[in-house]
Design a protein around this ligand. Structure first.
Ligand SMILES: *Cc1c(COP(=O)(O)O)cnc(C)c1O
Length: 387
């Protein structure tokens, strides 16, 4: 239907990887391919332990179990995020407190977090939207001052940096996604990054269905048995083998995506300079991974017009989150705050196609369609003021 889809996953060496696993006979989780992915991540992030999961959602659920949040506890996170960020903690019975985005960026506003901290706050979960770093120095200082856990939902942030630190290496815990829509993927997949070594032992147990399987395998325990709560968070070694091959593509995939974002910027800067829409403004401490290129439209009508015009040209553009405080589920659990910045990104943010095999000429074609349909209707009230 679309000549240029919104996303097209990039894969390398998939068949060879699957064949190797089938030949080895170890297809369940925790085999050589899973261990290789975890070793890669421990090296890449310098974390105390990396645990491969079947999704970032699963890794977030592990964070909620490990931080032992429960009824009466409050967890602060941005409203402008995917449901999994919140669901993981809602599943443990915690109260979700939603913070606003910055005026200039979908990332969370630190002042909005600070205003929500109470004696019941147990954790702050940040989301690095589009692989752009949140203000981690200020947020980490807040978490430290209040003695609360800091968790990074780095689902979109593999290969991105805050200053000289990799996103995912800053919080006590962090999570990554390998869903097909992310820069590097294996269909469905994720990772828990344990930066605080105090969580390592329990993280291994929760990961292995609440058993001491790892300790038993290392001959540190005489029996293999139930020792804590947990669940099946591990992916098959077939999935892990596919992922292991993709991890080697990280540098060149990231470089290509960043170059495509730069080209979008060059093509769209004149219209942004005329105030027809806005293009991303990233903070100076962020070195992003080219995960998303978006426009902030003038209004909802402009966004709908651009999506329709692009679809007519067989190009797929998509909006993003309905802020969680405007969701039916959150609303059914009490009154929602007013979060004007998150609401604006909810109505006005438009994502343009971005994937490894996208050709620079495609970006030019997309920008041409955008330029032809981005006009803004004259403002009637400004005419009235001058009359
Ligand atoms: C994609 C995404 C998730 C969920 O990742 P899965 O691997 O699909 O579970 C969670 N949080 C954010 C911010 C995401 O972008």
């Amino acid at each position: 239907m679309f000549d240029i889809p919104f996303n097209r996953p990039h894969f390398t060496a998939v068949e060879r990887s699957i064949q190797a696993v089938l030949k080895s006979g170890h297809t369940a989780g925790g085999g050589p391919a899973s261990r290789a992915c975890e070793a890669w991540a421990q090296q890449h992030f310098g974390c105390a332990r990396a645990l491969l999961t079947h999704s970032c959602t699963a890794a977030l659920e592990m964070c909620a179990i490990l931080t032992e949040v429960g009824p009466g506890d409050e967890v602060i996170m941005p409203s402008y995020t995917f449901v999994s960020t919140a669901n993981a903690f809602a599943l443990r019975g915690a109260t979700i407190r939603l913070a606003d985005s910055l005026p200039t960026h979908p990332n969370v506003d630190v002042d909005s977090i600070a205003a929500l901290i109470t004696s019941n706050t147990r954790a702050i979960v940040v989301v690095h939207y589009a692989g752009v770093a949140c203000d981690m120095e200020r947020i980490a200082a807040l978490a430290r001052a209040h003695g609360i856990w800091l968790i990074e939902d780095a689902a979109q942030a593999l290969g991105a940096w805050h200053g000289n630190r990799r996103l995912g290496s800053i919080g006590h815990l962090a999570t990554v996604s390998f869903h097909e829509t992310k820069n590097i993927g294996c269909g469905e997949g994720g990772m828990l990054l344990v930066n605080d070594p105090n969580f390592v032992e329990r993280a291994e147990i929760v990961h292995q269905k609440g058993t001491n399987r790892n300790a038993f395998a290392r001959r540190e325990a005489a029996f293999y048995t139930w020792v804590d709560i947990g669940s099946s968070f591990v992916p098959s070694d077939i999935t892990a083998a596919i992922l292991r091959a993709q991890l080697d593509t990280l540098d060149y995939v990231t470089a290509k995506r960043r170059a495509l974002c730069d080209l979008y910027r060059v093509c769209l800067t004149p219209l942004a300079a005329d105030g027809v829409f806005a293009i991303p403004i990233n903070p100076p401490y962020s070195h992003d991974n080219g995960h998303i290129f978006y426009l902030v439209c003038f209004d909802l009508a402009q966004r709908e017009r651009l999506i329709a015009a692009l679809a007519s040209a067989r190009i797929q553009a998509v909006f993003h989150y309905v802020p969680l405080h405007e969701s039916p589920f959150f609303r059914s659990h009490g009154t929602s705050p007013m979060l004007p910045n998150a609401e604006r990104f909810g109505r006005q943010l438009l994502r343009l196609p971005l994937f490894y095999s996208l050709d620079p000429s495609d970006v030019e074609r997309i920008c041409h369609v955008v330029a032809g349909h981005a006009w803004v209707r004259p403002q009637h009230d400004s005419i009235a003021v001058h009359a």
